[in-house]
Design a binder for this molecule. Structure first.
Ligand SMILES: C[S@@+](CC[C@H](N)C(=O)[O-])C[C@H]1O[C@@H](n2cnc3c(N)ncnc32)[C@H](O)[C@@H]1O
Length: 289
C-alpha cells in the first residue's frame, strides 16, 4: 500500500470525474466479473468499487434476486458510482463509504463472492484479504486484479524519470505482481488459491493522454506533490515528451500491459466448491511466476 488513507481518498476524489474516460478501466473491471462468473441470486461485495464498474457488471449477472454492495473511501468516486447505478436502472446495488479492509458491522459469511478490481495496490493486502475471508461464506470466492510487475510501461517510464528529481519510487504492482505472489497472499490469508489468469490488456492512445494525471494522482501522489510547482512542471514536460517518443518508437510496449486476475476459495477442507468454468481451464495454483 502506498500513501495514507486520506491522501488516497483525496487523490481519487480529484480523479473521479475523468476516471471512466479510460476505456481500459471498464474492460479491466468487466473482465474480472466475467472470469468470476457470478450466478443469479448471489450476494457480492465489490471492494474499492470506485465508479462502480465491477459492481454494475456483477449486478447485471446476478439479476433481480442478487445483491451487490460496493464500498469505497472516495466520496467523489462513490458519487460517480451512484450516477452510474441510477443510469443503469439497476435496483440491486448499494454503495457505502467505508474502508474495504475493515467492515466490522457486516456479519461473517455475508457474501458468496468478493471482487476487487484494480484496488488491492491501495490496500493493506493481508488486512483486506483476511477481512474478506471472514465476510465470505464457506466455499465463497474472492477475485482480484492487479498489474503484472513492471507494467504498465508508461508507469515504469514515470518512475525512471522521477529518479532524476530525487524521487525513489517503487513499483506499486510489485507486491502482487506475479501469479505466485498472488497465490501466496491468498494462502497467507487462509484462502485456497483457485487459479490465476494472466492476460494482456491494451490501452488506447487516448488512455495515455491521462497518464501524467493518473500517476501524479495515484499511488505516488504524495511524493510528487512534495516537488513543488516548478519542478513538477519540468517533470511533467519531460515525462509527456518521453512518453510520446516511446509511443512512436515502440507502440506495443507502451499500449500492451500484462495483468493478473487471481482467485481464491474460502473453502472448508471438506467442502471445495467447483471452479467457474472460465477458470477451470486456466493457470493452476503453483504455476511458476
Ligand atoms: C484504481 S481505483 C479502482 C476502482 C474500481 N474497482 C475499478 O475497477 O475501476 C482504486 C479505488 O480504490 C479505492 N480505495 C483505496 N483505498 C481504499 C480502502 N481502504 N477502502 C475502500 N476503497 C479504497 C479508491 O478510492 C479508488 O476508488
Amino acid at each position: 500500500m502506498t500513501g495514507s488513507r486520506d491522501s488516497i481518498a483525496a487523490a481519487f476524489d480529484r480523479r473521479a470525474t475523468t476516471y471512466d474516460r479510460n476505456d481500459w478501466h471498464v474492460r479491466y473491471a468487466e473482465r474480472l466479473v466475467a472470469l468470476a462468473a457470478p450466478d443469479p441470486g448471489m450476494r457480492i461485495l465489490d471492494a474499492a468499487t470506485g465508479t462502480g464498474l465491477a459492481a454494475i457488471a456483477a449486478a447485471r449477472a446476478t439479476g433481480p434476486t442478487g445483491h451487490v454492495l460496493g464500498v469505497d473511501i472516495s466520496v467523489g468516486m462513490l458519487t460517480r458510482a451512484r450516477h452510474a447505478v441510477t443510469a443503469s436502472g439497476l435496483t440491486t446495488v448499494d454503495l457505502l463509504e467505508a474502508d474495504a479492509t475493515a467492515l466490522p458491522h457486516l456479519p461473517g459469511g455475508s457474501f458468496d463472492l468478493i471482487l476487487c478490481s484494480a484496488g488491492l495496490l491501495y490496500l493493506r493486502v493481508q488486512a483486506a484479504l483476511r477481512e474478506w475471508h471472514r465476510l465470505l461464506k464457506p466455499g465463497g470466492l474472492v477475485g482480484f486484479s492487479t498489474m503484472r510487475e513492471g507494467f504498465p510501461a508508461a508507469a515504469g517510464l514515470f518512475r525512471d524519470l522521477a529518479g532524476r528529481y530525487g524521487l525513489a519510487l517503487t513499483d506499486p504492482a510489485a507486491p502482487l505482481g506475479t501469479p505466485a505472489r498472488c497465490d501466496r497472499e491468498l494462502r497467507d490469508a487462509g484462502f485456497v488459491p483457485a487459479g490465476t489468469v494472466t492476460e494482456t490488456i491494451r490501452f488506447s492512445r487516448t488512455d495515455l493522454t491521462d497518464a501524467w494525471r493518473a500517476h501524479t494522482q495515484g499511488p505516488h501522489h504524495d511524493a510528487v506533490a512534495a516537488l513543488g510547482p516548478e519542478r513538477t512542471e519540468k517533470f511533467r514536460a519531460e515525462y509527456t515528451g518521453a512518453l510520446a517518443r516511446l509511443l512512436n518508437s515502440d507502440e506495443d510496449r507502451v499500449l500492451d500491459s500484462e495483468v493478473i486476475y487471481a482467485f481464491g476459495r474460502a473453502a472448508r477442507p471438506e467442502a471445495h466448491a467447483p471452479l467457474p468454468a472460465q477458470l477451470a481451464e486456466t493457470e493452476r495454483p503453483g504455476h511458476p511466476a
